[in-house]
Design a protein around this ligand. Structure first.
Ligand code: ADP
Ligand code: MG
Length: 700
């Protein structure tokens, strides 16, 4: 069988069916190509050999030459461990195995020089090394190796089954021998010379067998660039194909509804950012492509009015529009707000949620289908199959992180042709991450708050300062303001959280007694109707304090509330803290956010609190959050493949990402079909990547 990179890994010398199975299951390595793309996590210096009497005691990776003089088995609490005595001309140490003992004992030779490699433990006046990497000195000398020994990703199962790092290295050596290290170039000559990138062949060789630190870093740069470049290329092509292939309704007119609203009913002057974004949306909906736009704007930046005015454009062109929000409270709030502006314009608007009565529901269904209803606001209830529109032209999703991709696509199919889609989110995503996660969407950003809004003042207070905090609350209430007090809700310990909340509530009731003070309470265990009743009391100003779990996190708008107290603030994530803080500072008054914590704080908690105190900028906060948590927890990343990068790191390789996107865009702009001769390599690689989906996971 001739070797090409799609050859199954089973055929590689030294692998065989059992090991191939392990490689597939544990590391997703199916082919030669997959193995070549298994990049080392790090490199260690293997030019140095230690004598046993010179071993460092700091648990470092060391390499020693010596012989095994004997084995013994030592009983321990559970099972036994195998211990070998290992010595050189300066001393004696122990090698220890907790697993795979029979296999090891049968295989290792006594009195034969080995090179061992691993981490040492210093205990009871003696060094030991658990599960060392072992190689016969004679073989060790023959092997292709370099000063920088790569350490490959591994799993417990792999090392238990004897596929150690050394074995992995021998696989890699076999692979280079069998293929002669001949790897096809994947980037164009133009790109390589412009960016001074080394060839693919050289890069692959040096990433696995670095000849020098300089060549290693060139190799890494080249491979990271390539990885990010093809992700960006794919996203940009997807976006482009979408725009040319998927026809959208063309909203040519900006007519009566929009103009009347704009001239006569707009309650305030739009900010520059709002105007710009509305223009972007208008231009999307006026082109022949279907809009797929993500609207990012910090809490309070005024996304709702943008959504509404976009809906008016749909209406002006004879279409219906809908707005979907993640919770009942939020959709009711949207509905009430929009009802006020719809009435003078003679626009019919309805609300559909889980608690809409059957009779009313039926009426809504009918009016939707015969076109009497212009705008529908609601929760997930909108996605039910029974909900059919006469001609849905625009679907807006608010606070998208509560919805999945599946739901987005359900909206798509409410019509014969897909409606324009606008997704609004108040959880800013760092720009570079957005590029990777939402690279196939167009992005609009409202980066300006409405004028006259005072930045929320944020402070961190320890629990022992509670009395002062309570006095502050009293003073604010005296001025007519309202206050939120929020307790954490973490799924795993819901019971405890509920108790915290109830204890907190009891103590707040003591400190803020009726009838002078009125308190609302909202938590996840309440019936929706009760929740709504309590919310409404607070919204209407009948209560001074709202005690709640994070159910109020998203979107709730009570401009008179000026204080947000967050209890056990160390238990909240940054984006959650930022969302919560966004509930205040919505009126003209100075607002405050007080982060209450105990004295025990982890380093990460401290960073989060300091960040909140330092800045109100959601994008800034998102960057810190990304650094603290990695991309794994950030919305949308699960589906995007940024977590499956083989060599690049979405955070550390930010600059490479930007440059990759820049060049991907430039090339597609100049040569959309990649038909020009100089782009043939790119086209071929791109096709390969999309064909063999398993080659690099990032092709989703
Ligand atoms: P979010 O982007 O968080 O959804 P909203 O749309 O709820 O923000 O707007 C927050 C508040 O700001 C609302 O009370 C809204 O009426 C007000 N608002 C929005 N745009 C402006 C503006 N250009 N000038 C003044 N107030 C505005
Ligand atoms: Mg909102």
């Amino acid at each position: 069988m001739s070797v090409n990179l799609q050859t199954p890994i089973d055929y590689l010398k030294g692998v065989g069916p059992n090991r191939a199975d392990l490689l597939r299951k544990e590391l997703g390595i199916h082919t030669y190509q997959d193995l070549i793309n298994l990049f080392p996590n790090r490199y260690i210096d293997r030019t140095q050999y230690y004598k046993i009497n010179q071993l460092p005691r700091n648990n470092a990776d060391v390499q020693v030459v010596g012989v095994i003089t004997g084995f013994k088995e030592v009983a321990q609490k559970r099972g036994k461990r195998l211990v070998a005595t290992f010595q050189d001309d300066t001393g004696v140490m122990e090698l220890v195995w907790f697993r795979g003992q029979k296999w090891i004992r049968d295989r290792l030779k006594l009195q034969t020089p080995y090179v061992i490699f691993g981490k040492t433990n210093w205990f009871n006046g003696r060094f030991s090394m658990p599960h060392p990497d072992m190689e016969l000195l004679a073989e060790h000398k023959q092997n292709l190796r370099s000063a920088m020994q790569p350490i490959y990703p591994s799993t417990e199962k792999l090392s238990n089954k004897g596929i150690s790092n050394r074995v992995m290295s021998t696989f890699m050596q076999s692979l280079f021998r069998e293929t002669n290290g001949e790897f096809t170039e994947t980037l164009s000559e133009n790109l390589r010379s412009e960016l001074k990138l080394i060839s693919k062949k050289e890069a692959l060789f040096n990433v696995h067998f670095p000849k020098s630190p300089e060549l290693l870093s060139k190799a890494q740069f080249r491979l990271k660039f390539e990885e990010l470049f093809y992700i960006q290329l794919q996203l940009i092509i997807k976006n482009r194909v979408h725009k040319t292939k998927i026809k959208g309704f063309v909203f040519e007119t900006v007519g009566h509804y929009f103009n009347t609203f704009y001239k006569e009913h707009l309650p305030f002057k739009l900010t520059g950012a709002q105007k710009r974004v509305i223009k972007e949306i208008r231009s999307d909906m006026g082109s022949h492509a279907q809009m797929n736009r993500l609207l990012q704007g910090d809490v309070g930046s005024g996304k709702t009015i943008v959504a509404f005015m976009s809906m008016l454009i749909a209406l002006d062109n004879g279409f219906q529009a809908c707005l979907m929000a993640p919770t009942e409270i939020l959709s009711v709030q949207h509905y009430n707000g929009l009802l006020e502006i719809c009435n003078p314009l003679n626009i019919s608007i309805s609300l559909l949620t889980g608690s809409t009565k059957t009779s009313e529901r039926k009426e809504i269904h009918e009016k939707l289908e015969n076109g009497e209803l212009n705008i529908l606001i609601g929760t997930h209830a909108l996605l039910e199959d029974k909900v059919q529109f006469k001609n849905l032209g625009l679907a807006i999703i608010d606070e998208q992180h509560r919805f999945g991709v599946a739901q987005r696509s359900k909206l798509w199919h409410k019509n014969e042709s897909p409606p324009h889609i606008l997704i609004m989110t108040a959880t800013p995503i760092p720009r570079t991450l957005a590029m990777s996660v939402y690279g196939d969407l167009d992005i609009s950003i409202i980066d300006e708050l409405p004028p006259g809004r005072k930045a929320v003042k944020t402070v961190h207070r320890f629990d022992k300062n509670r009395l002062q905090v309570f006095k502050f609350i009293r003073d604010e209430i005296k001025k007519g303001r309202q206050v939120y007090i929020v307790y954490p809700l973490i799924q795993e310990s819901e019971k405890m959280d509920y108790k915290d909340l109830m204890d907190g509530y009891a103590s707040i009731e003591r400190d803020f007694p009726k009838p002078e003070y009125q308190i609302s309470i909202v938590h996840g265990k309440m019936k929706p109707a009760d929740k709504d009743y309590e919310m409404q009391r607070f919204i209407k100003g009948e209560t001074n304090i709202m005690v709640a779990t994070t159910v109020i996190e998203v979107g709730v708008n009570v401009p008179n509330a000026s204080v947000m107290i967050i209890e056990s603030a160390e238990r909240f994530g940054l984006s959650q803290l930022h969302q919560l803080r966004g509930r205040v500072g919505r009126g003209a008054e100075q607002s405050y956010c007080i982060l209450m914590t105990s004295h025990k704080l982890s380093a990460d908690s401290k960073t989060r609190l300091e960040t909140m105190v330092r800045t109100n900028d959601g994008f800034d906060i998102a960057e810190v959050d990304l650094r603290l948590r990695g991309p794994g927890d950030i919305m949308g990343t699960q589906q995007s493949g940024v977590l499956n990068l083989k060599i690049a790191d979405i955070i550390k390789d930010n600059d490479i990402l930007k440059s990759a996107r820049f060049y991907a865009k430039k090339i597609i702009n100049q040569d959309p079909s990649l038909g020009q001769p100089e782009n043939q390599l790119i086209l071929r690689t791109y096709k390969q990547l999309t064909k063999y989906k398993n080659i690099w996971n990032y092709i989703s």
